[in-house]
Write a protein that binds this ligand. Structure first.
Ligand SMILES: O=C(O)CCC(=O)C(=O)O
Length: 406
């Protein structure tokens, strides 16, 4: 039986979103809440704990591969909902994260936000969809999903008439976002052309959600929309699922919740510079600017340092602007950050003497990724990771890309 009837379809076409009620059983929702508590190290029943680190803008919880998340992704009803939107059952799932947006207070002042996740300079804009599963009943004032209904139509019209990048105001004028309340277990799917975000939580409870997205197999959802994927993408999807226990292995080794490890390593990564190797230098750096040829294309680079004749160090902000292959580069700020190994919250698996050695080893080896740290901990300290990735059903294997759909 179809999940979306003709009035749901009309609603979707008109408004740019649709809700599928009771998408997963209650037990699955509780498992994700437990997983959020374990990942963040928070006691969800304790108000003070809501505001302890890790805290990320918008209430994002960067956890991607817990079994509870996978059980929802590979739930047949969730898959069916996305299949009906795409008109195709052969889909791959995105490894989206979760959200915990606590009430505003002196420690947390999330005002709410709206945005597009798409790069607005890219035309034409093809269908791209995102989804959110409500983990608890969520009232209008609870900081949940909000959007400007119908704004995807306004955006499409705007894009037809100009090459410029739209601002929020230029598309919606004085229209305001509307909060979409929902029941635990509701799956809301939205068109990525819809201005969307989450709200200001003035209630007395946090808002909890899991993001889930699916798009046709052999494609990937990016800021450029849903674009074609190749065998390399499929392999990296499989590796990402397979290697996901590494974050947990590092967390157990140093004795902290996974979310603290994620925060520590993400902040290190954000502080790193990048290194590019160019084919030819046309104009050597002057006042921080150089003209070079990379892969046959002339580019202007804003330079931090010339490392070698054809090797340059650039600020990480350049990643958005350049279209060249690069390597990460460990500068002093990143080294300083990675040296600050989080203080154990519970008994670490590593002995004190090994924990003391860890920062220098990370800096010496220029290591900041969980997979490399897991290998290092195993080779240097003999601590082996015996954790396994999330268990997948037959549907789950197809949604990852391990098994072919046909
Ligand atoms: O928290 C929400 O419901 C919206 C999330 C969002 O804005 C996004 O995933 O891009």
């Amino acid at each position: 039986m179809e999940l979306l009837n003709s009035s749901d379809r009309r609603f979707w076409d008109e408004n740019g979103y649709v809700v599928v009620p009771n998408a997963v059983p209650l037990g699955n929702l509780i498992s994700v809440l437990d997983a959020i508590a374990e990942f963040t190290g928070k006691d969800l029943a304790d108000e003070k704990s809501w505001y302890q680190e890790p805290m990320i803008h918008g209430g994002m919880v960067n956890m991607n591969h817990n079994q509870a998340l996978w059980d929802n992704r590979q739930n047949p009803k969730i898959h069916q909902a996305f299949s009906e939107i795409w008109g195709d059952e052969k889909l791959w799932v995105t490894y989206d994260r979760t959200n915990m947006n606590p009430p505003v207070c002196e420690h947390w002042n999330h005002q709410g936000m709206i945005h597009w996740d798409l790069d607005m300079s890219i035309r034409p804009m093809e269908l791209c969809v995102q989804g959110v599963l409500y983990l608890t009943d969520t009232n209008e004032n609870q900081g949940g999903f909000q959007c400007v209904p119908k704004s995807h139509h306004l955006l499409m019209n705007w894009l037809k008439n100009t090459d410029q990048r739209p601002t929020v105001e230029s598309v919606i004028g004085k229209m305001k976002p509307v909060s979409i309340p929902g029941k635990a277990g509701d799956l809301l799917i939205w068109h990525s052309g819809l201005l969307h975000g989450n709200g200001h939580n003035t209630s007395d409870r946090p808002r909890y959600a899991q993001y889930i997205g699916m798009q046709p197999e052999w494609t990937v959802r990016t800021a450029a929309g849903v674009i074609a994927a190749n065998e390399q993408t499929r392999q990296s999807r499989i590796r990402s699922w397979q290697n996901s226990p590494c974050q947990r292995a590092v967390a157990d080794a140093i004795g902290v919740p996974e979310g603290i490890v994620e925060q520590w390593l993400r902040q290190t990564h954000e502080k790193m510079d990048i290194k590019v190797v160019v084919d030819t230098v046309i104009k050597p750096p002057k006042n921080g600017l150089a003209k070079v040829i990379i892969q046959g294309k002339q580019q202007d680079l804003s330079i931090v340092e010339q490392i070698d004749k054809n090797i340059f160090r650039l600020d990480r902000s350049q990643v958005q602007k350049i279209t060249v292959p690069y390597q990460n580069y460990f500068n002093e700020k990143a080294a300083e950050n990675i040296r600050q190994v989080p203080i154990p919250h519970f008994t670490p698996q590593l002995e004190k003497k090994d924990l003391d050695k860890l920062p220098d080893l990370l800096v010496e080896n220029q290591i900041y990724g969980v997979e490399e740290i897991t290998d290092l901990i195993s080779s240097e300290f003999g601590l082996d990771n015996h954790l396994s990735p999330a268990k997948l059903t037959q549907l789950g294997r197809r949604l990852v890309g391990i098994d072919a759909w046909s």
